[in-house]
Design a protein. Structure first.
Length: 436
C-alpha cells in the first residue's frame, strides 16, 4: 500500500510553489494512549482521525445526553423494531444480553439464501458517552459457541468511559473516549489507529497503528517494497526518488524496519513518505502486535494540488524519529486479589431473594426466565454488594402493540440463582427470547 500510494501521489503532483520551513518544536509533548501502547506527540498536534476495532469489529463513540432511563428506552425501541421484522425480510431479534443496566446487546438473525446469518448490536452508556458495536455474518454454531460467550463475559461488562488525557494504569485497551479492561493474554483481534495533523505544517500527517497478527509469516516492510513490481514499472520516475534512510531499526525492544523516501514533483519541491514497522509474531497477541509509524507530507491540497511541505527533510526526520522512538507499551499495575477474597467465593447454586444484598459477582438467573422474556436477559450479571432486583417480565405483544411499538411489563419479586462466575459464564441458548 505504501508504494502504490507513493506513486499515485507522485504521478498526480504537478505543482509550482515556493518552499519555506518552520522550526520544529518538540520541547513540549503530550502523551496519548492508543490500544495497549503510549506515544508522544508535539503538544500542539491535533487528532485528525481515530479508528478502533476490538474482537468483533469497530467500536464507535459519540457524546450523548441520555441518562440510564433514556438509554434503556432507546435500546428497547431498537429491540421492538427488530422483533417486528421477520427473518426472511431482514434482521430480527433472537435474544438479549445484559451485563449492567447500561451495557446491553441485542442478538440478531436473518435468513440469507436459506441460512441463518447471526450477529449482534451492542450498546454502552458511560459518562455521557454512547458506545456502539455492530457485527453480523456469523453462522449460528460459531455465534452461540464462540462469539456469544466472549461478548457476554469479556466485552460487555468491561468497557468504560475515558477522557482523552486519562492514561489508565490497569491492563486493558484504550479507544476513543473509552477503555476496555483486559489483560491481553487471551488471543483476540485488536486494531487501534490514530492520525495527527499540525497547524504549522499543512499537509503533514503522522499516523500510528497497532494491530494484532491475523496470519503469521507475512512479508516484512522492505520485502514488500522490493517485491512490489512498482519500481520496474515506473523506473523512469523511480530514479528521481531519494532514499534518506533504509534498513533495520529496533525501537524500545521491538525489532523493525524503516524506509524514508522523498518524492519529486514538477514544482521543484519534494514530498515525504516515511514508514517504520515492527511485525508481530504471535497470532492474536495484543501485547506483541504489529506496530506502524508513518509520516507523509502533501496530504492536503492547495489550489488543487498537494500542499508543499513547510518543513525541511531534517525537520521531517526529527519529527518522525521523535514520534517513533516514543512508541512503547503502556505500564500497568495488576490488581491484587487477596486470599480472603478468593476464599470468599459463594458456591454455584447460591440463592438470593429480591431486595437482599448480592453475595457474589457473577451471572444469575430466575425461575421466570423459563418460558418468558425478561428485560435485561434470562441471565444477568450482578455485582457483589448491590441489591438483588425484581424480575421485569415482558408480556407478549399483541398485533396492535407491535404496530404501535408498545410493550407492557410487570415486576415479580423472585429468587435469583447463581449459575456462573464472572468471567467464565456461558450462554448456549436464548433464554426468554422471542420464539416466534
Amino acid at each position: 500500500m505504501l508504494v502504490a500510494r507513493t506513486f499515485t501521489m507522485l504521478l498526480s503532483s504537478i505543482v509550482a510553489l515556493n518552499c519555506y520551513a518552520k522550526d520544529l518544536q518538540m520541547s513540549k509533548t503530550k502523551t496519548y494512549c492508543i490500544g495497549r501502547f503510549l506515544v508522544d506527540l508535539p503538544a500542539d498536534a491535533q487528532i485528525n482521525g481515530q479508528d478502533y476495532r476490538y474482537m468483533f469489529g469497530r467500536i464507535e463513540s459519540e457524546p450523548t445526553q441520555l441518562d440510564a432511563k433514556l438509554f434503556d428506552e432507546m435500546v428497547e425501541r431498537r429491540a421492538t423494531e427488530l422483533r417486528e421484522t421477520y427473518e426472511d425480510e431482514g434482521r430480527t431479534l433472537k435474544g438479549t444480553v445484559s451485563a449492567t443496566p447500561t451495557a446491553k446487546a441485542l442478538v440478531t438473525s436473518e435468513n440469507i439464501f436459506g441460512s441463518k446469518n447471526y450477529g449482534f448490536e451492542a450498546y454502552w452508556l458511560a459518562q455521557h458517552t454512547l458506545f456502539t458495536l455492530k457485527a453480523m455474518d456469523m453462522n449460528e454454531t460459531v455465534f452461540q459457541t464462540r462469539v456469544l460467550p466472549k461478548l457476554q463475559d469479556r466485552l460487555l461488562p468491561h468497557l468504560k468511559a475515558r477522557s482523552p488525557d486519562d492514561i489508565p494504569t490497569e491492563p486493558g485497551f484504550c479507544l476513543k473516549d473509552g477503555f476496555i479492561s483486559n489483560d491481553g493474554t487471551t488471543p483476540q483481534f485488536e486494531d487501534a489507529a490514530i492520525t495527527f495533523k499540525f497547524v504549522q505544517w499543512p499537509g503533514v500527517l503522522v499516523s500510528i497503528e497497532t494491530t494484532t497478527v491475523t496470519k503469521p509469516g507475512e512479508p516484512a516492510l522492505l520485502q514488500r517494497v522490493d517485491s512490489s513490481g512498482v519500481w520496474e514499472t515506473f523506473k523512469d520516475v523511480v530514479s528521481q526518488v531519494r532514499t534518506l534512510r533504509r534498513g533495520q531499526r529496533a525501537i524500545n525492544g521491538r525489532a523493525g524496519e524503516e524506509i524514508l523516501l522523498t518524492l519529486p514533483t514538477d514544482g521543484g519541491y519534494r514530498l515525504h513518505q516515511f514508514h517504520w514497522e515492527a511485525q508481530g509474531t504471535e497470532v492474536g497477541n495484543g501485547l506483541k502486535p504489529t506496530l506502524t509509524v508513518e509520516l507523509e507530507s502533501g496530504m492536503t491540497r492547495e489550489n488543487g494540488v498537494p500542499a508543499r511541505p513547510r518543513l525541511t527533510d531534517a525537520q521531517a526526520i526529527e519529527l518522525f524519529d521523535a514520534v517513533a522512538n516514543s512508541v512503547r507499551p503502556r505500564p500497568v499495575i495488576a490488581a491484587k486479589v487477596s486470599e480472603d477474597q478468593i476464599a470468599a467465593k459463594a458456591p454455584l447454586g447460591t440463592l438470593a431473594q429480591t431486595g437482599t444484598t448480592c453475595p457474589q459477582t457473577g451471572w444469575w438467573t430466575c425461575p421466570e426466565a423459563t418460558g418468558n422474556e425478561i428485560e435485561g436477559g434470562g441471565r444477568q450479571r450482578f455485582e457483589a454488594g448491590t441489591t438483588m432486583p425484581a424480575a421485569q417480565v415482558l408480556r407478549k405483544q399483541s398485533l396492535i402493540e407491535r404496530l404501535t411499538g408498545r410493550r407492557e411489563k410487570y415486576s415479580v419479586n423472585t429468587v435469583w440463582k447463581l449459575v456462573a462466575y464472572d468471567p467464565t459464564a456461558r450462554i448456549t441458548d436464548q433464554e426468554g427470547g422471542d420464539k416466534r
